[in-house]
Structure formats: C-alpha cells, structure tokens
Design a binder for this molecule. Structure first.
Ligand SMILES: Cc1cc2nc3c(=O)[nH]c(=O)nc-3n(C[C@H](O)[C@H](O)[C@H](O)COP(=O)(O)OP(=O)(O)OC[C@H]3O[C@@H](n4cnc5c(N)ncnc54)[C@H](O)[C@@H]3O)c2cc1C
Length: 334
C-alpha cells in the first residue's frame, strides 16, 4: 500500500486504523534522508516496508537548511526544502507505506514490535532507526511558552519579522555567530550570549562579528529565563556561576547551542555512546540482531546527507540479503 505525504490524505487513512496488527518486512523510523533512502531501497529490493515519521512532513533536517546545497553528488538545490522536493518526487512511485504525524507510544526492539497511537501494533522482521538529530534547547522558563511568540526558528526565515528590533542569539559556535551576523544586517541590536570563555566559531566569522557595531557579545554568561507578557520582551542572563543577573531587552531569541541524537526512546535497549548516539557495526547493525541505525543518529563524527543516504541503502541491502538467505533455508527444509 502506498501513501503520499499529503497530511490530509494520511489523516483519513490513519482514522481507519484501530486496534489492528500489521506486519512488514521492515519498519523504518524517521523520514529524513536516511529513512527515505532505506525505504526507496526496500522498494527496489522487494521488501514490504513501512516508514514512520513523527512530523507532519518528511525531510528531517533538510527543512532547516536555508543555504544552497552543492555537496550532495547528483543533486543541487537552492536550499534544503528544494532538495526535499527532489527526494519526494523520487519516492513518488515507490511502493512502501508512508505514515506521517505518527506518535510511537511503545517499542520493543527485541521483538520488533511497535505500538503507535490509535491502537495499532506494527510487527516487523527488521527495524531501521533513522531518527536523526534535534536542536538542543535551553530548558529555561519561558522557552516553550513563547514558541512562535518571539522564540525564533532561524535567522534567514525570521529576520524580516524582527527587522528594526532587539534580538538575542544563544551559542558560541559557527551556527550562532553566522545567525547573529545575519540578524545584525536588519535588527536594531543583537546580543550574543555564550557560556564559554571564548567563541568557538571559525575566525572569519568572529572577525566579522568584531567589526559589527550592532552585536554585543556576553561571554561566560547563560540565559536564566525568557521574560514577556504576550510576547518575548527580555532575557535574564547570569554569569557562569549563576549570579550577577542582568536583564537584556530582546523581542526575539534564537538558540543555537548544538544538536542531540533522537535516542531517548531506545535508552535501555540499545548500546549508545557517551553522547547518546547509537553504536553500530560496519553494516549499521545495533547490539540487537536485525535492528539497524542509520544516518546522523549513528554518525556523530561526519553527519552529511550523502552519508545518511548511503547508510540507509546499506541497511536495506543487508536486510534483503538476510531475508533471502532465510527464505532459501526455509525452502530447503520444507
Ligand atoms: C543548518 C544545516 C545545514 C546543513 N547543511 C548540509 C550540507 O550542506 N550538506 C550535507 O551533506 N549535510 C548538511 N547538513 C546535515 C544533513 O542535513 C544531515 O546530515 C541529514 O539530514 C541527516 O539525515 P538523517 O535522515 O540521518 O536525519 P534527519 O535529517 O535528522 O531526519 C530524522 C527524521 O526522523 C524523525 N524522527 C525523529 N524521532 C522520531 C520518532 N520517534 N518517530 C518518528 N520519526 C522520528 C525526525 O522528525 C526527522 O524527520 C546540514 C544540517 C543543518 C542543520
């Protein structure tokens, strides 16, 4: 059964699934480049696959890329969304069951069993985890409350709305500094708050930052709270020791403090490294037989679109070769 990623079509289909059990050769979790590639290859190899995505649209981190993409061989795109469209077109004819807006409530990797909202239980012979990364959040008061009311998603996407206003960027790496520079082109003032002793961004970004009269850098500082009434109005910062509080006027706050792997639901079952990335073999297999982890979630050192696409393909091929071998053994025994 093939499902397109159109949200309204999916929800109609979802509403028909109640207390059912469904079996597949492969269950893939996450529809970023790695999961999409695994699903495409499952189709190619004749495996019955289901692809589960928690968001209402596919693409994963591609949806966060606002710059040109010129380093994924075979495709060029003005931004991640455009590349996502190319991927979507390519999977259009592939036969696999794509479900978006899915909330996995329970998972038993050992038994390859997943319970999703609506009472459906999915059984598979193999599982491919392609859950990628999420942006780290501050976890401070006001952050979640002001989502969409001053908490910014990206400088490129949001800067027009904050033109002429005061904003605050949190972080000290390339992403934080690059975003602060972009915002400084249109905003009245930019406060860059970083808890470290020095910025970690590449020297050419830091040099540009030092030459920008609109950006003020607060080192050894952290945000304690985001303040406002209807919308964000200020941030309260403290020094690294947690004292000497100051309030800075800010109508927008952009957090760029790194990424973390989406592995919370697998803790306890899967072997993870110290940073909570999934440990895998050369074939992408985890410590549980027939459970694979592909893409950024298992690749702390070199996360790329090409790497994710390649790992998805590898897992599907390994799974297909094992299932063929099992089927052959069963035929001999009959
Ligand atoms: C700003 C930016 C710029 C980048 N630029 C480049 C570049 O120029 N070139 C390049 O090669 N790479 C670039 N990358 C990196 C690239 O986007 C990633 O390496 C790639 O997207 C990883 O793909 P993935 O499928 O492993 O994970 P992701 O893209 O993170 O996708 C994971 C998917 O899994 C879903 N998911 C998570 N948890 C669950 C769950 N419990 N249930 C169901 N679904 C779930 C997520 O919603 C998401 O859709 C960039 C990344 C960023 C953020």
């Amino acid at each position: 059964m093939r499902r397109k990623f159109c949200a309204h079509k999916i929800s109609t289909l979802e509403s028909r699934i109640e207390n059912t059990k469904t079996s597949f050769d492969v269950c893939i979790i996450g529809a970023g480049p790695a999961g999409l590639s695994a699903a495409l290859w499952c189709n190619e190899l004749g495996l019955r696959a289901v692809l589960l995505e928690r968001r209402r649209e596919i693409g994963g981190q591609l949806l966060w890329i606002h710059n040109k993409i010129e380093n994924h061989l075979g495709a060029r795109a003005a931004n991640g969304r455009e590349l996502r469209e190319q991927f979507a077109q390519q999977i259009e004819e592939a036969k696999f069951d794509l479900r978006v807006g899915i909330n996995i409530q329970n998972i038993c990797l050992d038994k390859k069993r997943l319970e999703i909202a609506d009472g459906e239980t999915i059984h598979a012979r193999s599982v491919v985890i392609a859950t990628g990364l999420s942006r780290k959040t501050l976890g401070v008061l006001g952050e979640a409350e002001f989502a969409g009311r001053g908490m910014m998603e990206s400088a490129t996407g949001d800067r027009a709305s904050f033109a002429g206003r005061d904003v605050c960027v949190v972080g000290g790496g390339d992403s934080a500094v690059e975003n602060a520079l972009l915002l400084a082109e249109v905003c009245r003032s930019v406060a860059l708050v970083h808890r470290g002793e020095a910025l970690r961004a590449r020297p050419q970004f830091v040099k540009r930052l030092n030459n920008s009269p609109l950006v003020r850098v607060y080192l050894r500082s952290k945000i304690e709270r985001i303040i406002g009434d209807e919308e964000v109005e200020a941030v309260r910062i403290v020094n690294s020791e947690g004292c000497a509080a100051t309030e800075l006027k800010a109508h927008g706050v952009l957090v760029r403090i790194g990424y973390e792997p989406n592995t919370k639901m697998f803790r306890g079952e899967l072997k993870l490294n110290a940073e909570n990335y999934i440990s895998v073999s050369n074939e992408g297999e985890t410590n549980i037989r027939d459970v694979f982890a592909v893409g950024d979630v298992a690749n702390p050192l070199a996360p790329t679109i090409s790497g994710a696409v390649g790992a998805g393909a590898t897992a599907a091929k390994v799974i297909a070769s094992r299932l063929t071998a099992t089927t052959r053994t069963q035929m001999i025994l009959q």
